[in-house]
Structure formats: C-alpha cells, structure tokens
Write a protein that binds this ligand. Structure first.
Ligand SMILES: Nc1nc2c(ncn2[C@@H]2O[C@H](COP(=O)(O)OP(=O)(O)OP(=O)(O)O)[C@@H](O)[C@H]2O)c(=O)[nH]1
Ligand SMILES: [Mg+2]
Length: 465
C-alpha cells in the first residue's frame, strides 16, 4: 500500500460560490502538510485527531500566520480512506477565494496539484476498488435519474466485478486444465477431457451471453436518448417542449418562425434520461439566421434517437408538412397531431397513410395547450426507446461499451477454442485462444490493463475526484 512518493491535492467541490468548498489532500505527507496550515483549540495537531473525526479550527497562512478561513478538518488514515492513503479534507466556506487560497497553501507545503480522476486512480492502483468500480464512481456522478443512479451504484458496489470475477475464475480453471494436457504432450488428450473442457466453455459462454444481453437496456439508462421535436412553423413544437418539461422554457408565439435555434433540456422518461431538442420550424426562407436554424433542425432529424414529428391538427396538411414526412420517413418516429382541442382538419389515418401505412408509424393526437395526451406521448417514447431492450429492473446490467466489447471479444475467442477442440487441432492452439479470452475479460476489472485504458477512463473524471 501507499506506493506513491508524492502527495496530491485538489478542490473537490465545483467552482463558484456554495455552502462549503472542500480541499482534499491524499498521500503519505497529507497529515504533515495539514499540520503546517491548521490551528485548532481542541486538537493542537491533526496527527492527534482520531480517524473519521472532524475538528473546527482555522486554515493559517504559514508565511505570516494570518487566518485564511474558519474550517472543519476531517482526517482519514490509510488504508481506510477513499484513496486507501492518508487523506485530509478542509471544509472551507464555499467562496472562490478561501478555497483557492487553501489549495495554494497545500501546494506551497509540498503537495502536487492532482490530475483529473487521480484520487480514484489511486484507489484503483492501491487495490481498494477495481476498474469497473472506478467507472461506477463516474457514472454515479453523471447519473440523471433514480434508475441510472441505482445501476451505477450497483456497479460501484462491485456488482459487475463479482460477475466478471466468477467468469475469470472459471476460465482460469479451464486454461489450467487445457495447459496441463500440453505439459503431458506424450499422452494424447483424452477425449473425455476435451469434452469436459467444451462443457465448461459452454457454461462460461452462457454467463457471458446473459451479461451481454443486458447492455442495450444498461446503455439506455446510462447514456440516455435524444428526442428531436420537428415540424413546420407554428405547429406547436415549443409548446410541446414546455408541456413535457412542465415549465415555460421556450418562447411560444402565434408568429411563425419564432424558434430560431435548437433548444435542449433534460427530461426523465420513466427513469431514462432524455435530451429533448426543440427545433426551428422548417419552411422556405431566404433569411440567413432562419436558414441556419432550419439546417440545424434537419441535422437533428439525422442525429436524434427518436423523432417526434409535429403536425397542426387544426389545419390541412401543407406542402411543408409533406416535406417533413419525406425527411422523417424511415426514422424511429412518432407522428404527433397537435391541437386536439381544435376541430380536427384531417383524420389520423391520412397521416399514417402518408407515412406509408401498414401501422409502421405510430400516430398520436395531443394538445400541448390542454396537456391532453402528454402522458400517452411519454409512455410511447418510453416503449419505443426500451422496445428492443429486455426489461431488467433489478440485478446487474452492463452499461459501458468498454465492458460490452470485452465480453464480445471473449465470446469470439471462446468460439474459436470450441472450433479448434471440435476439429481435434493441437491443444496449444486452443490454450493460446483461451489465454486471449482470459486476458480480454480481465480488462473489465483491470486485472489486465494498459496505460491507454487508464488514461481514457480517468481522463474523463473531474479534478478532485
Ligand atoms: N389551440 C391550440 N393552440 C396551440 C397548441 N399548441 C400550440 N398552440 C399555439 O400555436 C402557436 C404556435 O406555437 P409554438 O409552440 O410557438 O409553435 P412552434 O412549432 O414552436 O413554432 P415555430 O417556433 O415558429 O416553428 C401559438 O400561438 C400556440 O399558442 C394546442 O395544443 N392547441
Ligand atoms: Mg418554436
């Protein structure tokens, strides 16, 4: 433990004004450094404070002995801390100056400014958490709904690690069994042993496939989806955004061409974090700003996961509406007839037929003004998004594309092993492929890792975590 020579420090709370601002120090000199900058009536020195206690005192500028802030200090001792090293936290008043000054003093006393994610990297390298748990930390921070937070917390608590460790252990046994036969190469591998290896591989494949099958659902809850609201001008796109958000976010007016740029907001659709994009109404225009907006609307049609194409139910379909139909046909789509509070100017089946008929495009009538059908629209978005994903309400889900790739590569390698064994090829070849399978799956928990994997994971963290 504590293989690092240097001690790191960073501000762990977001910049700006707040209730408190925390400066965190981790490493072998954390307590010594804190001693040089803290004064308290009760405990003269942080080194005398029992672990997991806090004490009130002052951060002192060691240059002139002046007080920088009144703070609470928390001391945690290795290996029982976030990083598994000695950790000291200064809980300052959450102002810009005092937090920055406190950090500067830690640096002047010998700490080094931490890189993004370096506290969590140390927790990993010191063996307190594995790589998938470290990724879980970031997912918990980034989660936007209760469901995505539950899934991330499960990963942070070691849910994914446990499943992977079981598979690694089973694969290790199969590797040993296969390699044992190579060592006794004068004796041919008994047919029954090859059969046993194949059975074991089959069981491992079953577990891997089960985990892999949770990915679509996991990804949806972790990464969420994007929903673009598109249509010609004045059909009620911005009104719909406001109705979905239950607040007046976008400007609504009876003048066509009100929305000029895309507007994005987050929405919770039954636990799935959704980015909803209101777009500029699409029509013929010669004005530069409007044309730019329309270009962005057309881009949203290409980029979004789900398109909500809005039509004005109180007016006949226009050539602009038919242009929208042409642009959105074939997309993951809901055709929405708005203004159901007005007398219907056309039947829903006309729109469905325009989209090619056959019930392929769901058509829904709503009113953004009275909120009629907004609940049904949310239900429909949810079932379209989650439609292809098996429901996994509890249990471990794979949410991370890095994990999914490792599982799939492991499955490929195992398929090659099975083919080699079934074709009675030399056991060395099968053993080599088994090692590949083992190394690949071990990357998930970081048993096998590279600097580039670590850089890409921890580089996404913020400084101070
Ligand atoms: N009666 C009725 N009027 C609505 C409804 N939804 C929107 N409107 C009205 O339709 C007009 C246009 O609404 P917006 O939400 O600004 O339409 P938009 O599609 O965003 O328009 P652009 O931004 O110009 O493309 C406004 O006068 C709204 O009050 C509805 O459900 N019923
Ligand atoms: Mg608008």
């Amino acid at each position: 433990m504590n293989s690092y020579q240097d001690t790191i420090a960073a501000v762990s709370t977001p910049p700006g004004e707040g209730g408190i601002g925390i400066v965190r120090i981790s490493g072998k000199d954390a307590i010594v450094i804190s001693q040089g900058m803290f004064k308290s009536k009760k405990y003269k020195l942080p080194s005398t404070m029992p672990a997991f206690t806090m004490s009130l005192g002052h951060v002192i500028n060691p240059l002139d002995g002046s007080s920088v802030d009144e703070v609470l200090i928390a001391v945690m001792r290795a290996p029982h801390s976030y990083t598994a090293e000695d950790v000291v936290e200064f809980h300052c008043h959450g102002g810009y100056f005092t937090v920055k000054k406190t950090l500067e003093i830690t640096l002047s006393l010998g700490a080094r400014l931490a890189e993004p994610g370096e506290f969590t990297l140390r927790a990993f390298l010191n063996g307190r958490i594995d790589l998938s748990q470290a990724e879980g930390v970031l997912d918990v921070i980034k989660s936007k709904t209760a469901e995505s937070s539950r899934i991330a917390l499960e990963q942070l608590s070691g849910g994914v690690s446990e499943k992977i460790t079981e598979i690694v252990s089973a694969l290790t046994t199969v590797c040993a069994l296969t390699e044992a036969h190579i060592d006794f190469s004068d004796e041919d591998a008994q047919l029954s042993d090859v059969k046993e290896i194949l059975i074991n591989i089959g069981e491992i494949e079953k577990k891997l496939k089960q985990l892999s099958s949770t990915y679509e659902t996991g990804r949806l809850y972790r990464e969420g989806m994007s929903i673009a609201i598109v249509g010609r001008t004045n059909v009620g796109k911005s009104s719909l955004l406001n109705a979905l958000l239950e607040k007046n976010r976008a400007i609504v007016s009876e003048t066509p061409g009100t929305t000029r740029d895309t507007i994005e907001e987050y929405l919770n659709i039954d636990g799935i974090p959704a980015r909803v994009i209101d777009t500029a109404g699409i029509r013929q225009s010669t004005e530069y700003a409007e044309l730019e907006g329309i270009k962005r609307s057309l881009n949203s049609i290409e980029a979004a996961d789900v398109i909500v194409a809005v039509f004005d139910g109180g007016a006949e379909l226009t050539s602009e509406d038919f242009y929208i139909i042409e642009k959105t046909t074939g997309k993951t789509l809901i055709a929405l007839i708005n203004k159901s509070d007005l007398k219907a100017a056309f039947h829903a089946s006309v729109l469905a037929e325009s989209y090619g008929g056959g019930g392929l495009t769901p058509v829904l009538r709503i009113s953004a003004k009275t909120n009629d059908g907004i609940g049904a629209l949310k239900d429909m978005i949810f079932s379209i998004a989650a439609g292809n994903s098996p429901e996994v309400k509890n249990g471990v889900l794979i949410t991370n594309v890095r994990h999914k790739r490792a599982i799939d590569e492991c499955l490929f390698a195992l398929a090659r092993v099975a083919t080699l064994l079934s074709d009675s090829m030399p056991l060395e070849l099968a053993a080599f492929e088994l090692r590949t399978a083992l190394d690949t799956i071990s990357e998930i928990t970081g048993l096998v890792t590279t600097d580039s994997i670590l850089d890409s994971i921890f580089g996404r963290f913020c400084i101070g975590k």
